[in-house]
Design a protein around this ligand. Structure first.
Ligand SMILES: *Cc1c(COP(=O)(O)O)cnc(C)c1O
Length: 376
């Protein structure tokens, strides 16, 4: 077997590269490079796919999250509850927007926020006299978070639920698309994401007209009419070339989603019952995951990584260290042991080669090598 890449973006490109080249050339020749018909059309398509009223294309998933936080105009001194097992963008924007991130623990079986832990943290913060204004629900690796429960929790306490769906575009839970719970959601078109462009890009989704209008203005320097500024804004636009690329890729999105689910099942079937040492991230009941990654939990991780590398199989660790223990957040005062499930998952998680155009034989080969590793 040849080398098995962790992710090969070129394989996807050659599935529909010609169509993308044509679409990009059209943009180049049209001469409208920002705020044009590609952006408008993509916003409309994706809003309708999710079943929300409004979408705003922005320059990245990070800025999508940032703009949501700014548009909500949370009170000064607000704390925002979020998982520590996520990409740093989720917490980075809280700090940049002027608020304090507070990390709740996850359910180690799903990798996502435990509603129970969110509740305990919320009550502790209140008892300390702190203001809590929002919760960011992240659907990690494409597995839906406990969104129905988080939504109820937030509604009952008048907190905003914000969704980070950067890894989960296309996923569903309880019969609803991820990204439609809560006040607004943010996705990313970073090249490795489920629905991606060939650079940076992102989108905000919401049913709330006021938030939509503010974000539309704020991603354009806060400009409400030429050279008049109503809000503190940013240069947060997405460009027409990237939107044209996503528009082509979206035609293949359902097919790719089905491939992701198929390949994830193939891995699970192959690995389940293979060795009790292997544990899985379990989708919630009633969830249709959008697998952006396929990850397992193992104790002998370093040894397994080395063994697979010798078989020319590339694996990766998402994430080796939780956010609450990152040097940048030293000032927040967290200690090792504060979020046991999160820390344990960081010690055990291992992502296997995964992308829609990975071949069945390649998955089977990876499974075979893992079987060999455990001596079965
Ligand atoms: C990728 C990602 C982001 C940030 O998206 P960018 O487009 O890279 O800015 C935010 N949150 C999560 C969970 C992500 O995976």
């Amino acid at each position: 077997m040849q080398e098995i890449p962790f992710l090969d973006l070129k394989r996807a490109y050659f599935e529909y590269g010609e169509e993308i080249e044509k679409a990009v050339l059209e943009v180049l020749r049209r001469g409208i490079y920002l705020n044009g018909p590609e952006t408008a059309s993509l916003e409309e398509k994706l809003a309708s796919y999710l079943g929300v009223k409004y979408a705003v294309g922005v320059s990245s998933g990070t800025e999508a999250l940032y703009l949501i936080l700014k548009a909500l105009e949370l009170p000064a001194g607000s704390h925002v509850i979020l998982p520590s097992f996520t990409f740093i963008a989720t917490s980075e924007v809280v700090v940049r927007a002027g608020f304090t991130p507070v990390f709740a623990d996850i359910d180690i079986n799903t990798g996502n926020l435990s509603t129970h832990s969110v509740k305990t943290l919320y009550e502790k913060l209140l008892s300390e006299g702190k203001k809590v204004s929002a919760v960011i629900g992240v659907s990690i690796f494409g597995l839906p978070a406990e969104l129905p429960a988080l939504e109820t929790f937030c509604k009952d306490r008048k907190l905003y639920l914000i969704e980070d769906i950067c890894q989960a575009f296309g996923a569903e839970v309880a019969g609803k698309k991820v990204g439609t719970f809560g006040i607004a959601s943010a996705t990313s078109f970073y090249p490795t994401k489920n629905l991606a462009c060939f650079g940076d890009g992102g989108m905000v989704f919401t049913d709330d007209y006021e938030i939509y209008r503010k974000i539309k203005v704020m991603k354009e320097h806060g400009q409400t009419s030429p050279y008049f500024y109503e809000y503190h804004g940013i240069n947060g636009r997405i460009d027409e070339i990237q939107c044209a690329i996503v528009r082509v890729k979206f035609k293949f999105f359902e097919k790719e989603l089905a491939l992701r689910r198929y390949l994830a099942d193939l891995y699970t079937k192959g690995l389940k019952n293979l060795a009790p040492e292997i544990k899985f991230l379990e989708p919630l009941p009633q969830a249709l995951p959008a697998y952006s990654l396929y990850s397992i939990r193992v104790k002998a991780r370093e040894e397994l990584i080395k063994f697979l590398a010798q078989a020319r199989i590339t694996t990766r660790i998402y994430y080796p260290s939780p956010l609450h223990l990152q040097p940048v957040y030293k000032g927040l005062g967290y200690q090792k042991g504060d979020l046991p499930a999160t820390e344990k998952l960081c010690d055990e998680i291992l992502s296997l080669p995964f992308f829609p155009y990975l071949r069945d034989e390649e998955v089977e080969y990876v499974v075979e090598k893992i079987r060999e590793f455990y001596g079965r």
